[in-house]
Design a protein around this ligand. Structure first.
Ligand code: PBG
Ligand code: ZN
Length: 322
């Protein structure tokens, strides 16, 4: 049937009809809030993150208090990043049972009912800022796996519900799964940063987390932006190694990747609306070039592409408007 019998504008006539035929809807439970806890901060001290307007680094006490406020607004889960006091070649503070993430997870699990996810990587904890162990300035894959497993296990033992390896070493999901299973942590969920690209959109995060590499870049482990077939291979491998949830990161410049991954594997899928995507929209709004409506429109595109979970610094804003 064609025009004039068919008129698509009928279904756009007023807000009520638009609302009931809307295909994609954002829910509070779709959102995962990335939060930063800094071992340097005490009591209720916070630090503004300059490159991410409105975002903060917290002390343990501060993060727990803020998480409670967000939980009351409907937050379901957070993704935790730690800034340690001490960095060394082997990222020892990352698997210290008394490390900043470990202590924070314990406190969050004690005082909230939030699902706590932890970022498992070495770059905030190494003195060189790379995501693995170095030998002659090269990131050594197989040596790094041992350390990542130790980090994931210590997070799990502290009570993390989900561990999220973001390093992009080959074989890490299998190794972490085996380590967790051999240590009575078979119920710990693994959310794999499966297709993680070497992206310029991480720049604000590296300022927030103090994790920029001291030399070189991450292109020998994170993916080349041009590749999608390789992303599907990465995802397939991570699923075969035991990943429960898979992630595509960043989101906006990779919506095609999200869609292909969801269509092909039909796994619980997350997308990381990264720091640069957040800050670029915030800057646009602050400059008066954009309005706040751009936030929902952007997040909808990520969900429409096929992502079930949206890891986003817009989470507090969304909890307020949903
Ligand atoms: C560390 C890590 C990064 C992000 C999450 N975990 C940065 C990087 O890989 O350099 C980026 C998150 C963001 O930009 O919001 N492996
Ligand atoms: Zn890293």
């Amino acid at each position: 049937m064609e025009f004039p019998t068919t008129r698509l504008r009928r279904l756009r006539k007023n807000p009520q009809i638009r609302k009931i035929i809307r295909e994609t809807k954002l829910n509070k439970e779709d959102f995962v809030y990335p939060m930063f806890v800094n071992e340097n901060l005490k009591n209720n001290e916070t630090e503004e993150i300059e490159t991410m307007p409105g975002e903060k680094r917290f002390s343990i006490e501060g993060i727990v208090n803020y998480a409670k406020i967000l939980e009351e607004k409907g937050l379901c889960s957070i993704l935790l990043f730690g800034l340690p006091l001490i960095k060394d070649e082997y990222a020892s503070s990352a698997y210290d049972p008394q490390g900043i993430v470990q202590k924070t997870v314990k406190q969050l699990k004690k005082e909230t009912n939030l699902l706590v996810m932890t970022d498992v990587c070495m770059c905030q904890y190494t003195n060189h800022g790379h995501c693995g162990i170095l030998e002659e300035n090269l990131v050594k894959n197989d040596m790094t796996l041992k350390y990542l497993s130790k980090i994931a296990l210590s997070h799990a033992k502290s009570g993390a519900d989900v561990v999220a390896p973001s390093d992009m070493m080959d074989g890490r999901i299998g190794e972490i799964r085996e380590t967790l299973d051999n240590n009575n942590q078979e119920d710990t969920i693994i959310m794999s940063y499966a297709a993680k690209y070497a992206s310029s959109y991480y720049a604000p995060f590296r300022d927030a987390a103090g994790s920029a590499p001291l030399f070189g870049d991450r292109k020998s482990y994170q993916m080349d932006s041009a590749n999608i077939q390789e992303a599907l291979r990465e995802v397939k491998l991570d699923i075969s190694e035991g990943a429960d949830i898979i992630m595509v990161k960043p989101a906006l410049a990779y919506l095609d990747v999200i869609k292909s991954v969801k269509d092909k594997f039909q796994m619980p899928t997350a997308a990381y609306n990264v720091s640069g995507e957040f800050s670029m929209i915030k800057a646009g709004i602050e400059a008066g070039y954009l309005t706040e409506d751009s936030i929902v429109e952007t997040l909808l595109s990520i969900k429409r592409a096929g992502s079930d979970l949206l890891i986003s610094h817009f989470t507090p804003y969304m909890l307020d408007i949903l």
